[in-house]
Ligand binder design. Structure first.
Ligand SMILES: Nc1nc2c(ncn2[C@@H]2O[C@H](COP(=O)(O)OP(=O)(O)OP(=O)(O)O)[C@@H](O)[C@H]2O)c(=O)[nH]1
Ligand SMILES: [Zn+2]
Length: 210
């Protein structure tokens, strides 16, 4: 029998008309946070559903900051889902700054402006590099009765995290954004020190070197 992923009081859904089209907005509570899954088209009981699991980044997602590529990835993922005709974007709260929170992330930005990279700026403050928990994403995908997913991500760890939580990942779909002068160091550190698959970093040249 299908196991219920959430108590009724912890989940609510409605249609959500957006500039891109009409999604089903599924709000849910898990691990002390309120998250959202945006469902487009038919995904229930489907295999190979196109999925983006997006970690909250207020600076990038809302204010279009160029320190990271989060905002562009959010736009690109939603555009790709609509273009393909179906898919799900899971927006995870509590993931800000890879789990250290907004105030701490902004503190790391100060250190990054002084030359530390995205990892050392956290550890030099005594903070972990990545403490994100993906179980809320796996739970909502089970709630939505998704059978297997194609995951839009450049981070191999996300695939392992989903599979460890019982969601089969049939493919990883790269979500590569063009680097800019403000995020090239950040992307390079993610590639070299966190193992993210970011081949576009190699082809970037600083504007003054052109
Ligand atoms: N601690 C810290 N977190 C950051 C920084 N820049 C962005 N973030 C957070 O990093 C998270 C996104 O993680 P990333 O490592 O960029 O990428 P990812 O989600 O693991 O991988 P993709 O699926 O490929 O996007 C968001 O929650 C951001 O708030 C930073 O300089 N320091
Ligand atoms: Zn970001």
């Amino acid at each position: 029998m299908f196991e219920q992923a959430f108590n009724d009081e912890d989940v609510a859904e409605s249609d959500l008309v957006t500039r891109r089209g009409t999604f089903r907005a599924v709000a849910f509570r898990a691990d002390g946070h309120e998250h959202m899954a945006l469902v487009y088209g038919k995904t229930k009981l489907r295999e190979n559903v196109l999925v983006r699991i997006h970690s909250e980044c207020m600076t990038g997602d809302i204010f279009a900051a160029m320190r990271c590529e989060c905002g562009e990835q959010l736009d690109a993922a939603l555009n790709t889902i609509v273009r393909e005709g179906s898919g799900i974007l899971v927006y995870l709260r509590g993931h800000e700054g890879r789990g250290i929170g907004l105030v701490a992330k902004v503190r790391t930005h100060v250190l990054q402006d002084q030359g530390l990279d995205t990892l050392d700026s956290a550890t030099s403050l005594g903070l972990p590099v990545d403490v994100r928990d993906y179980t809320p994403a796996a739970r909502v995908l089970k709630h939505l009765r998704v059978q297997s997913v194609r995951l839009m991500s450049n981070n191999p760890d996300k695939i392992a995290a989903l599979e460890d939580n019982g969601i089969p990942v049939t493919a990883r779909v790269p979500l590569l954004m063009a680097p800019n002068t403000h995020n090239i160091a950040y992307l390079t550190a993610k590639r070299d020190r966190l193992g993210h698959d970011l081949p576009q970093v190699d082809s970037f040249t600083l504007p003054h070197a052109r």
